[in-house]
Design a protein around this ligand. Structure first.
Ligand SMILES: N[C@@H](CCOP(=O)(O)O)C(=O)O
Length: 492
C-alpha cells in the first residue's frame, strides 16, 4: 500500500514514512492510494475482541509492518489503561446507541488513537533504522493535547509540544495539560483560537529555516493530530467495533445498515467513519454534527466552505474550529482523486477564506447529512435527555444528539443510529452542571461532586486529582512566537 499526498498523487511513500512525516512536504495530507475493501466477513469479525479487530483493520493500511510489530503496538495500546475490557462500550439509551469512546486515560475519544500512535511511530523509526529524534508538534482545542501528552510521555527519542488556545478550552482540559508530568513534554497556551494554533503548527512544518536547524540537530518533525494518517486509521476500528457490538447484542442483523452521528471539529473522526463505510461497513448516513461554528453544515448543505465568519467560543470547545483540516482528504476523494483541483480549492481557502465545490463533487456527498446545534439547544438536549433517561451527555455528544433529532424530524429515517460519544461529561463541569440545573459553582472542579451525585457516576480519579496538581507548564505565546518556543524547547 502506497500513500500519496492530497496535493500531489505522484508523490508515493510507504506507510511508515507517512506516519513518520505526519504531513506532506507540499502541505497536503497523506492518504492511501486506494481505500481497501475488507475481505473478512462480518461472521468472522463478530467473534473478535478489540485487539484482533484492530489488527484485522489496521493490517490493510500499515502493510510494511510485520504482523508481530503491529500486534505488539496494539497489545501495548489497548490494555488496562482503559477502564473497561470492551475498550469502547456501546450503551443503549432511549432510541439511540452511544459508542462511548471516553474510557481511556484522558477521558476523550482521542485516547483511542493516541494510545497506539506512539508505538506506531517508534516502530516506524526502528524500521527505517533511523537514529533521529522526533519532535511532535500538536495543536489542540482541548482533547487531543492531553491524550497526546499521555501517549508520548517519557518515550525515548521523542519530544512533544502542545499548543492550545489559552481561552478556548475548558478549565479541566487546561488543567489536564498544564499539570502534565513528563520530561519530554511542553505545553503552551497561545493568544488566539484553535485555528491560529493549527495554522501556526502547519507553518512550522513548512518553515525551511526551522527544518534546516532541526535537520542539523538530527530531529524530524511529526504530528499527533489527525492530519497524521497514523492517528486516523486507528479511529476506523471503533466504528467496526460499534457495529459488531450491535450485532453481538442482537440489536441489528447481519448486513443491516446503521446511521453514524459524529460531533465534528477537525473532520478526522467522521472521516474515519467514512473510510469504514468505504471498507464495507454498512452505514446508511454519516451525520456530521457541528456547533455554532457551522462551516461544515454549510459545506454539506450548499457545497460552499466559508470561514469568513466570527469564530465562536462554545460549551463544546473541542469543536470550536473553522478550518477543518481533514476535509481536504474528503475533497480529494469526491473529486475522484484530482490533486490539482484539491490544491486549487485549498489555495482559494488560504487566500480568500472560501471555496465552492463542483456540481459533480457535491453529488458525491450524498452519504453525508450536515446540521448544527445552537448553544441553547445543546443545554436543553443535555437536560431533557437526562430527565428522560438518567444519562448525562457531555456537550459535544449533546451536539450530536440534537443534530440527530433534527435529521430524524426532517427525514423520518428510523435506521438504528450510533452516536460517537466523544468525551466524559466530567471534563465540562460548569456547562454540564448548568444544563442539569445544578447550583452553579465558581469553577469546573466544584461542580464535579454534584454531577457525580445526580448522574450516579463516580468522579474519574484522573480528574479529581487535578485540582491539587502542580502547574508545570505556565508557558504562553503569541502565534508569531511559536517558532521561538520550539527553539527554546529544543535547547531545554
Ligand atoms: N478537537 C481536537 C482538535 C484537533 O483535532 P485532531 O483530531 O486533528 O487532533 C482537540 O480536541 O484538540
Amino acid at each position: 500500500m502506497n500513500y500519496i499526498s492530497t496535493r500531489n498523487k505522484n508523490l508515493k511513500i510507504t506507510p511508515c514514512q507517512a506516519i513518520l512525516q505526519g504531513i506532506s512536504e507540499d502541505g497536503g495530507l497523506f492518504l492511501p492510494e486506494k481505500i481497501p475493501t475488507l475481505k473478512e466477513t462480518f461472521h468472522q469479525l463478530v467473534s473478535m475482541d478489540y485487539k484482533d479487530l484492530a489488527f484485522t483493520i489496521m493490517k490493510y493500511f500499515f502493510t510494511d509492518f510485520e504482523e508481530k510489530e503491529l500486534r505488539n503496538c496494539i497489545e501495548k495500546a489497548y490494555d488496562d489503561k482503559f477502564d473497561t475490557p470492551f475498550i469502547a462500550p456501546v450503551v443503549k439509551k432511549s432510541d439511540v446507541y452511544f459508542l462511548e469512546l471516553f474510557h481511556g486515560p484522558t477521558l476523550a475519544f482521542k485516547d483511542m488513537a493516541l494510545s497506539i500512535l506512539p508505538h506506531l511511530l517508534t516502530t516506524a523509526l526502528n524500521q527505517q533504522k533511523s537514529n533521529k529524534e522526533i519532535l511532535i508538534l500538536t495543536a489542540t482545542s482541548g482533547d487531543t493535547g492531553k491524550a497526546a501528552l499521555e501517549g508520548f510521555s517519557n518515550i525515548d527519542s521523542i519530544k512533544i509540544m502542545v499548543f492550545y488556545p489559552q481561552k478556548g478550552v475548558s478549565e479541566i482540559q487546561k488543567r489536564q495539560m498544564i499539570t502534565h508530568e513528563g520530561d519530554n513534554t511542553r505545553v503552551i497556551g497561545i493568544e488566539g483560537n484553535f485555528d491560529d494554533a493549527q495554522s501556526g503548527v502547519k507553518k512550522l512544518f513548512h518553515d525551511p529555516k526551522l527544518r534546516e536547524k532541526l535537520e542539523q540537530n538530527n530531529i524530524l518533525l511529526s504530528s499527533a493530530n489527525s492530519i497524521n494518517i497514523g492517528r486516523l486509521v486507528p479511529q476506523i476500528v471503533y466504528y467496526f467495533h460499534g457495529y459488531l457490538s450491535l450485532l453481538k447484542n442482537d440489536e441489528i442483523h447481519f448486513g443491516e445498515n446503521i446511521n453514524v452521528v459524529v460531533p465534528t471539529g477537525n473532520f478526522g473522526n467522521i472521516l474515519a467513519a467514512y473510510y469504514a463505510k468505504k471498507m464495507g461497513l454498512p452505514i446508511h448516513k454519516l451525520i456530521c454534527a457541528s456547533n455554532e461554528n457551522n462551516v461544515l453544515t454549510d459545506f454539506f448543505q450548499r457545497g460552499e466552505y466559508n470561514i469568513n465568519r466570527p469564530f465562536k467560543m462554545t460549551i463544546s470547545p473541542s469543536m470550536d474550529i473553522l478550518i477543518s483540516s481533514n476535509l481536504e482528504r474528503l475533497l480529494f476523494e469526491i473529486s475522484g482523486g484530482n490533486d490539482l483541483l484539491t490544491q486549487k480549492l485549498i489555495s482559494s481557502l488560504q487566500s480568500k477564506g472560501t471555496y465552492t465545490i463542483t456540481k459533480s463533487m457535491k453529488e458525491k456527498l450524498e452519504d453525508f447529512y450536515g446540521e448544527f446545534a445552537q448553544e441553547k439547544e445543546v443545554y436543553e438536549s443535555i437536560s431533557k435527555f437526562f430527565q428522560n433517561t438518567g444519562y448525562v451527555m457531555d456537550p459535544h455528544t449533546a451536539v450530536a444528539y440534537q443534530v440527530y433529532k433534527k435529521y430524524q424530524g426532517e427525514t423520518k429515517d428510523n435506521t438504528k443510529t450510533l452516536i460517537a460519544s466523544t468525551a466524559s461529561p466530567f471534563k465540562f463541569g460548569k456547562s454540564v452542571g448548568k444544563a442539569l440545573g445544578l447550583k452553579l459553582a465558581e469553577d469546573d472542579f466544584e461542580m464535579l461532586s454534584e454531577i457525580s451525585e445526580v448522574a450516579k457516576l463516580e468522579i474519574p480519579k484522573n480528574i479529581e486529582e487535578l485540582k491539587n496538581k502542580k502547574i508545570l507548564h505556565p508557558f504562553s505565546c503569541t502565534k508569531e512566537q511559536m517558532q521561538e518556543m520550539v527553539k527554546d524547547f529544543m535547547k531545554a
